[in-house]
Design a protein around this ligand. Sequence first.
Ligand SMILES: [Zn+2]
Length: 80
Amino acid sequence: MLAKKEDSMTNQEIRDDPVQEPTSQTVHDPVCHMDITASSSAGNSEYEGRTYYFCSTSCTTEFNADPAGVLKMEAEYHRN
Ligand SMILES: [Zn+2]
């Protein structure tokens, strides 16, 4: 998303850390089962110590309305 205009000729920022930044990690939307990136998510919600990310505000609303129900459906979805 962010196009940093830095001098690419003198780019000496060599990172040996394989861990991605949290905002660019791939996350799973448990409502519609879509894989998205945390930075592009429309919303997020914390439930039982875990943070869930959503592709749209409607998914966020749906999760917040019944987090236990959504996660139960999610588990069943991935079981098949
Ligand atoms: Zn979604």
